[in-house]
Design a protein around this ligand. Structure first.
Ligand SMILES: Nc1ncnc2c1ncn2[C@@H]1O[C@H](COP(=O)(O)OP(=O)(O)O)[C@@H](O)[C@H]1O
Ligand SMILES: [Mg+2]
Length: 191
């Protein structure tokens, strides 16, 4: 077993073709509270990964869930940030559109949390995901992704335009959300 990533919330280990994501203890929290929070987040993350999959969004197959640990399929590919093109941005739009249609907000849509394997994109890291159908939640989701387009890619306008095409194809409320994204951007500029 090898540790392949270690963040503030979780440690990611690889064992064969299985990823083990373990939510780590936060020592500044009271033990009981810490444990119930981690148990709850682990349960919700696993649930939403499966639910997204049922809604037609490729995600890792969940193999097992215990209190603080999710075992899931290893997506042996590369992160979208390394290979983004307008065509893949459009595909990303389709996936996010399906996710939002399903009532799920990802909560951390970056090009590091989207994997590419065998010509197909997968959403991973539902650690901050939640059920929400509001324009604001969906708008922030898209805004965060656009910010990663902007910070890591030269031709970000082409990428956002392509994303919108895919998003509108799979999500009825796309135009309204895009309007909200523009408002969120404006807020950011004048804040
Ligand atoms: N199912 C998976 N398949 C392939 N790589 C994964 C998988 N889950 C996590 N990873 C890798 O581990 C990294 C961190 O996992 P992630 O779920 O994003 O945790 P964090 O909440 O710490 O960002 C990801 O960016 C990715 O590189
Ligand atoms: Mg992540």
């Amino acid at each position: 077993m090898a540790i392949i990533a270690s963040g503030a919330e979780a440690v990611i280990a690889l064992e064969g073709n299985t990823i083990i994501k373990t939510r780590i203890q936060k020592r500044y929290r009271l033990k009981e509270i810490d444990e119930s929070l981690r148990r709850e987040r682990t349960r919700i993350e696993a649930k939403l990964i499966s639910e997204a999959r049922r809604c037609g969004v490729p995600t890792p197959i969940i193999r097992n869930v215990t209190d603080f640990e999710i075992k899931m399929e290893y997506i042996e590919g590369t992160a979208l940030k390394n290979i983004i093109t307008p065509q893949l941005a459009e595909k990303t739009g389709e996936l996010v559109g399906r996710l939002h249609t399903c009532g799920i907000v990802h909560g951390d849509l970056t090009t590091s949390n989207i994997m590419f394997k065998d010509g197909k994109l997968y959403l991973i890291d539902f650690g901050l995901a939640y059920l929400d159908k509001t324009l604001e939640a969906r708008g922030v989701d898209v805004h965060v992704l656009f910010q990663t387009f902007e910070s890591t890619h030269e031709n970000h306008e082409e990428l956002t335009e392509s994303f919108k095409k895919g998003y509108a194809r799979t999500f009825q409320g796309a135009e309204e959300v895009m309007e909200r994204v523009r408002e969120i951007e404006a807020r950011g500029r004048y804040a």
